[in-house]
Design a binder for this molecule. Sequence first.
Ligand code: NDP
Ligand code: MG
Length: 388
Amino acid sequence: MNHIAILGSTGSIGTQALEVIRHLPERSRVTVLTAHTQIDLLERQMREFEPLAVAVTDPEAAARLRARYAGPVRIFSGARALCEAAVLPETDTVLTAVSGAVGIEPTLAAIAAGKTIALANKETLVAAGDLVTARAAEAGVRILPVDSEHSAIFQCLEGRGPAAAERLILTASGGPFRGYAKSQLAEVTVADCLRHPTWNMGRKITIDSATLFNKGLEVIEAHHLFGMDYDAIRVTVHPQSIVHSMVELRDGAVLAQLGVPDMKLPIQLAFTYPERLPVPEERLNWAETLDLHFEPPATDVFRSLPLAYAAGKVGKSAPLALNAANEVAVAAFCDGAIGFLAIFAVVENVLAAHQPAELRDWADIVAADTAARARAKEEVRRLQKLRV
Ligand code: NDP
Ligand code: MG
C-alpha cells in the first residue's frame, strides 16, 4: 500500500492523480489533499478519499472551509501549511503538483522527512535543482519524474542509468503558435494560448507551452534529474505528442517512449514504480496510419529556449531568476498588463541584470527569488508604459 499526499489536488495533475488512485484501491491510499482556492472541489475530494489532513493555502479560502467543515480531517492553513502537510508521518509518497515556485519549500520538507517524491512541479528543480537533488541524495530519497518527457526518459534509461546515454532528446508539441513569425505573435491573446493542440493542462503551464518556456524549464529539469550536460540535451518539435521523449545511447541507438498524450501513465508509474500496472485509458491504434513529424524549434522566434540553456549553463541562481521572471511575466500577461512578446523581454532583461549567487539553503532561495521577482515587476511596469 502506497500512502500518498497530493499537493495541489484541485489542479489538472492533482485531479488526474486522484483518478489514478481511484483505479488502484488495493495499492494506494490518500493521506493528504491540498488546495489554494477551490475548496468546494476539495470538500468533494475529502468526502470521497477520506484523507487524514488537508492544507488550504489561500487565507480567505481556509477561513471559509474552517467555518463550514466540522469533520475529523485536520486542516492546515497559513504560510507553512504545505510543509506541514508534506511531512505527515503516515505518508510514503508526496506528489508535488502545485504550480510554480511555491512547490520548492514543501518538496524540501518532504525530502528531509524521507518521503519518496513524485515530482510534477518542475519549477522546483529549475529554481533549486542543485540543492533539491543534493538533499535527496543525502536523505536517500528517490525523485520519480511525473512530467511526461522526463518520465519517458526515465523509462528509456531503466536498467541502464544515465551513464549509458549520450544525448537526451526532449519532444515539444510546439504549442498553438508553431510556425508563427514573430510579428504574428505580437497580437496573440490569453485565449489563443489556452487552445493547446494536444494537452489539457493548468493555466500557467499552458501559457508556458505557448511561449516554449515550458520546454526551456524542462531542459533544466532534465539536467538535474539525469545529471546530463546542457550540450547533451536536445529539443525537437513533434506536434503529435505521441513520442514523449527519447534517449540516444552511446552506440547511436535511439530509444523512445510512445503513447497517447495522457498524464495518467506517468502519474501512475510514479506511484507504482517499479511495477507497471494497466492504465484504463485509450491506447495507440496501430490499425490506423500514424504520422510522426519532427522539426527543429524556431529558436529565433521562441527565445525562451536559448534563454533557458544560457541560464542553465550559468547555473547558481540564474535558472531561479529565469523561473521567477517567467512566473511574474506570465501573471502580468494573464492580467492584460503586457503583450505575449513582452514575456520574453521580461525574462531576458531580468537575466541580463542578474548577479548569479550560490543557493546553499532555503534563505538563499528566498532572497534570490524575492529579488528576481521585484526586478521582473519593475520590468513589467517599464514595458507596460512602452505598451509592448
Ligand atoms: P493547475 O493550475 O491545474 O493546478 C495547480 C494546483 O496548485 C491547484 O491545486 C491549485 O489550487 C494549487 N495552487 C495554485 N497556486 C498555489 C499557491 N500559491 N499555493 C499553493 N497551492 C497553489 O496546474 P497543473 O496541474 O497543470 O500543474 C501543476 C504542476 O505540474 C506545475 O508545476 C506544472 O508545470 C506541472 N506539470 C503539469 C502537467 C499537466 O499536464 N498539467 C504536465 C507536466 C507537469 P486551486 O486550484 O485550489 O487554487
Ligand atoms: Mg512536460
